[in-house]
Design a protein around this ligand. Structure first.
Ligand SMILES: [Zn+2]
Length: 233
């Protein structure tokens, strides 16, 4: 008799953990984590910037190779490096909201979460003159309030298909190799052009890896597509 409630309790706790910590869980609202498996499309995303160590170089590479990407920006970094944020938007790349202080949101209440998103929204509008419509939670951690606040503000919420731990700075060729090894149709690829917590972090390895990442994907028959096409899909 005691086994059933115990099992149910474990299952419930497991479900909450899954919904909170798995960046693509749909339990806390619709989240876009991947495009169509039937198309050779890829979606590049850069989190935690903008930052002088990488964002400018990444923009030049994207421009030169006519590659679309999305930048989920940290509000505090937009404030600090507003000219870089402006350039991202001016280059026609997608700008997204990644909160202001990059704190994990899963234990926060609706007021804190709304402030984080709103403050970032206003900072991005001021810096770029464009209205961000995409949101990604720091570390992908969510709770029911996160999705509700994002939805109320008109945001589409994004997860990702795979990351490659480029923040560990394993070397540009290793970052390139890891991306190549995990390519799959419809993948939303998570890379980083900044850091949410440490302003001194260097993301130049990610920028250095990018031309090879783009070459490898195109050689394998993939096409980079703008994230916006997944919102209507
Ligand atoms: Zn982040």
């Amino acid at each position: 008799m005691t086994v059933i409630p115990f099992g149910a309790g474990v299952l419930a706790a497991g479900s909450v953990a899954y919904a909170t910590f798995y960046q693509n869980s749909r339990i806390y609202g619709r989240i876009i984590a991947r495009g169509s498996r039937g198309k050779m499309s890829l979606y590049l995303t850069f989190d935690d910037g903008p930052h002088p160590s990488a964002t400018g170089r990444i923009l030049e590479i994207l421009d030169a190779t006519e590659t679309p990407a999305a930048f989920f920006m940290v509000g505090a970094n937009v404030e600090k490096f507003s000219e870089l944020a402006r350039r991202v938007a001016a280059c026609g790349q997608t700008v997204g909201n990644h909160t202001f202080h990059h704190q994990k949101l899963h234990l926060k209440g609706p007021r804190f979460i709304a402030n984080e998103l709103q403050q970032t929204h206003e900072t991005i509008v001021r810096a770029t003159d464009c209205q961000p419509g995409f949101f990604r939670a720091p570390h992908g951690y969510r709770n029911p309030f996160v999705s509700a606040v994002a939805r109320r503000m008109g945001y589409a919420s994004f997860g990702w298909t795979f990351g490659v731990w480029d923040t560990d700075q394993p070397g540009a060729s290793e970052i390139r190799r890891r991306v190549r090894a995990r390519l799959k149709p419809g993948a939303i690829i998570l890379l980083h052009d900044g850091d949410g917590n440490d302003p001194r972090q260097d993301r130049s390895q990610t920028a250095e890896a990018l031309p090879g990442i783009i070459d490898d994907a195109r050689e394998a028959g993939y096409e980079f597509r703008p994230l916006a096409e997944l919102v209507q899909a």
